[in-house]
Design a protein around this ligand. Structure first.
Ligand SMILES: Nc1ncnc2c1ncn2[C@@H]1O[C@H](COP(=O)(O)OP(=O)(O)O)[C@@H](O)[C@H]1O
Ligand SMILES: *[C@@H]1O[C@H](CO)[C@@H](O)[C@H](O)[C@H]1NC(C)=O
Ligand SMILES: *[C@@H]1O[C@H](CO)[C@@H](O)[C@H](O)[C@H]1NC(C)=O
Ligand SMILES: *[C@@H]1O[C@H](CO)[C@@H](O)[C@H](O)[C@H]1NC(C)=O
Ligand SMILES: *[C@@H]1O[C@H](CO)[C@@H](O)[C@H](O)[C@H]1NC(C)=O
Ligand SMILES: *[C@@H]1O[C@H](CO)[C@@H](O)[C@H](O)[C@H]1NC(C)=O
Ligand SMILES: *[C@@H]1O[C@H](CO)[C@@H](O)[C@H](O)[C@H]1NC(C)=O
Ligand SMILES: [Mg+2]
Length: 624
């Protein structure tokens, strides 16, 4: 049908214009900005019962979506009401864009992660009900700024740390407040306690304060406590028993006590050993990736072996969970990591792992597969028999006169750099490790290093304990800008790599209380030494004596650049690799001893030619 504007009646023309306008409206603005925020909320969740299935992003407003209530005239969202919908995952910080939100009711679900800090922007919020979820971490003081809040229900979660002082002004207009059954600690702020002295704090063992129900008094002073009174009758002069009798009685009691403990321990041990460590529950799946050396074990084989895993197979525990060794009949052993952390959603978990499964490099621990079930998430890796770098450098082996020689250290430095460079520059999409630390560098029997846990930082919302930021603001491996913003970039990895390099060069831990009064962290200490022109003092004395010093100074300079406070001053990992490889090019091979052959070939690059690296002080990088 051909139709020109000429033979249209005025009515038809109007209709056409209306049609065009509506079309434009539909195409141009699929859903309004509040809808976009809510779609992000949905994206990050697991919704096993389809509670959000009618959240269709081709609607213009979210007002007809289940659980959403809008104001009638303006169509702004004023309530999110999704209790008991079996939802899990983290709550999108984008909800802070719902400026007119008055009620947020998500109780009886399985939400996890921290309480999103941007919630403090929801200045119209009147009801916040998050009871009975798995929220964890500290309560942000900024939540105390919710001026219109009337009901704050946080009971039955896993919240830690103190009740912020800022809640003092919050509670003055609050009608209901409950933080029972969390893991809060410290003193309840006085104003909060004055306003709510009833059963608002039950089941927080380390929370204290005067006069609240279920609270113990703070700072119980042992000198004032009358608890020492009952022991008085045992004193010889107040009792008719002889000294010998008392001693015999005490010995008898002591032995009976020990015996009781032993029986308990044995019982517990017997029970534990028969405990099944990994139970998949119903409806899980195991995905094994192909590739890698040898034939991959089948899911069935993995499943069979997994049933035999017991407590004794635990090889380590870290921020992400417990790691087990999995013995297989016809294949080399594997390592299974049981994630305890809070996941954004199972869907994004699987997508992300499909990507990580394709990553293959000599210096990266191969991800062999994963297992995803509602109750448990497992990662299956190649097993590395040589322990981790932290144990190698700072573990017990050192005490038994086991010295980690320079060729080993160099091999590790180069291998780790290559692994990271591959993640940053050799992968599509590029991968940011996000958690480079010496405990994430695993070794084989030849001391070849393998980076583990790459990409997990993005996947798992880190719990508070994992990032090693201590109270004084001391940082081990974490770049300062990352600690502030939480935004991971390649340069964050480069910083952590610099700390690893310093660990290898100095033999010290990333966080070492003995360094100086000012700096408990290695990076700060070295930066300080460097600014005083004494950087070489950072190098391990043993290394300085056994290796010709000039090589180490270049490496120290590389490390110094990596730990620059300004991310832009840090080199890229492929640049670092290039620099480290100079040593192999000039005959300084990782497997050789410190045989520094003369620099015969003048066409080979000098370290000082590489942009960003200058020799320290008056040292020459390559003397002839
Ligand atoms: N693939 C593996 N092979 C051998 N040991 C491993 C493997 N993965 C982890 N481990 C051991 O388990 C420990 C705990 O691992 P992880 O949960 O990653 O915590 P973290 O890295 O914080 O130490 C590691 O330090 C390491 O010693
Ligand atoms: C969303 O709505 C559009 C039209 O309004 C429809 O074509 C589409 O099938 C819906 N999608 C879902 C997932 O319901
Ligand atoms: C919106 O209108 C409906 C019916 O017109 C009414 O029942 C409802 O209470 C109104 N909601 C608000 C928030 O005003
Ligand atoms: C929600 O989860 C609980 C326990 O996990 C289960 O018993 C219940 O049937 C689930 N609800 C629905 C609607 O699937
Ligand atoms: C929250 O409020 C602060 C300060 O008022 C502002 O800087 C920030 O951008 C807001 N965040 C969101 C997500 O609206
Ligand atoms: C307990 O709370 C009530 C009202 O919330 C208040 O009137 C009373 O003074 C409080 N008691 C103490 C000891 O603070
Ligand atoms: C707070 O929650 C706990 C646990 O559910 C409950 O026992 C207690 O009565 C509640 N307190 C108030 C003041 O409602
Ligand atoms: Mg690890």
């Amino acid at each position: 049908m051909t139709m020109t504007l000429k033979n249209l009646s005025p009515g038809g023309l109007l209709q056409l214009i209306l049609l065009l306008v509506t079309l434009h409206y539909r195409v141009g603005e699929a859903v309004n900005s509040e809808g976009i925020a809510l779609q992000d909320f949905k994206q990050r969740l697991d919704d096993p019962v389809g509670a959000l299935s009618n959240w269709n992003d081709s609607d213009i407003t979210p007002c007809n979506w289940k659980g959403i209530v809008c104001q009638n005239l303006t169509n702004v969202v004023i309530s999110i009401n999704l209790p008991s919908r079996n939802l899990s995952g983290i709550v999108s910080p984008q909800l802070a864009n719902l400026k007119y939100l008055e009620q947020l009711k998500l109780h009886n679900n399985n939400f996890c992660g921290k309480l999103p800090e941007p919630f403090s922007n929801l200045t119209n919020l009147r009801v916040l009900n998050l009871r009975k979820n798995a929220f964890s971490g500290y309560i942000a003081p900024s939540l105390g700024m919710l001026k219109n809040l009337r009901i704050m229900e946080l009971a039955n979660n896993k919240l830690e740390g103190p009740i912020p002082e800022s809640f003092g002004s919050l509670v003055t207009h609050l009608k209901y407040f409950n933080v029972s059954n969390n893991q809060l600690s410290g003193k309840v702020p006085e104003e909060v306690l004055r306003r709510f002295n009833g059963s608002s704090y039950l089941g927080n063992a380390n929370l204290c304060g005067v006069s609240g129900v279920g609270l113990s008094p703070c700072t119980p002073s042992p000198a004032l406590a009358p608890a020492s009174e009952p022991s008085l009758p045992l004193r010889p002069h107040t009792s008719s028993l002889s000294l010998v009798q008392i001693i015999l009685m005490s010995v008898g009691l002591f032995l009976a006590f020990k015996f009781g403990i032993a029986v308990l321990l044995i019982l517990r041990w017997m029970r534990k050993d028969t405990d099944i460590e990994i139970s998949l529950g119903a409806g899980g799946k195991i995905v094994m990736f192909q590739g890698g050396h040898g034939v991959a074990p089948t899911s069935r084989e993995i499943l069979r072996a997994m049933r035999l895993i017991r407590k004794k197979h635990i090889i380590g525990e870290g921020g992400y969970g417990v790691v087990y060794k999995l013995e297989l009949k016809d294949h080399p052993p594997m390592a299974i990591k049981k994630l305890k952390a809070c996941l954004e959603s199972a869907r994004s978990f699987e997508n992300e792992l499909d990507t990580l499964g394709t990553v293959k490099h000599r210096n990266l621990v191969k991800l062999r597969g994963f297992c995803s079930s509602p109750s448990v998430k497992l990662l299956i890796y190649d097993f590395l028999p040589g322990g981790n770098l932290d144990q190698l450098l700072h573990g017990e082996k050192m005490e038994k006169d086991f010295v980690v020689d320079w060729p080993i250290r160099y091999r590790i430095a180069l291998g780790v750099a290559r692994g990271l460079a591959y993640l940053h520059h050799g992968c599509a999409p590029r991968i940011i490790h996000g958690d480079v630390s010496s405990s994430n560098i695993l070794l084989d029997t030849e001391f070849e290093p393998y980076l583990s846990d790459f990409g997990l930082a993005k996947l798992v919302t880190a719990n508070d304990t994992h990032v090693s930021v201590t109270v004084g603001g001391t940082l081990g491996y974490v770049a300062p800008e990352f600690a502030k913003s939480g935004k991971a970039t390649e340069k964050v990895d480069v910083y952590s790599y610099g700390v690893i390099l310093l660990e290898l060069l100095s033999g010290r831990r990333a966080v070492d209380e003995s360094l100086s009064d000012e700096y408990a962290n290695l990076a700060g200490w070295v930066r300080d030494l460097h600014s005083n022109g004494k950087a070489t003092e950072a190098i391990d004395e043993y290394l300085r004596e056994t290796v010709a010093g000039v090589d180490l100074d270049l490496l120290l300079e590389v490390a110094y650049h990596c730990i620059s406070l300004n991310p832009h001053d840090r080199p890229q990992m492929n640049k670092v690799v290039e620099t480290l490889e100079i040593f192999t090019e000039t005959g300084y091979s990782p497997s050789g001893t410190s045989a520094r052959t003369s620099h015969a070939d003048p066409s080979k690059p000098l370290a000082s030619d590489i942009p960003g690296f200058r020799p320290i002080g008056s040292y020459f990088i390559f003397d002839t």
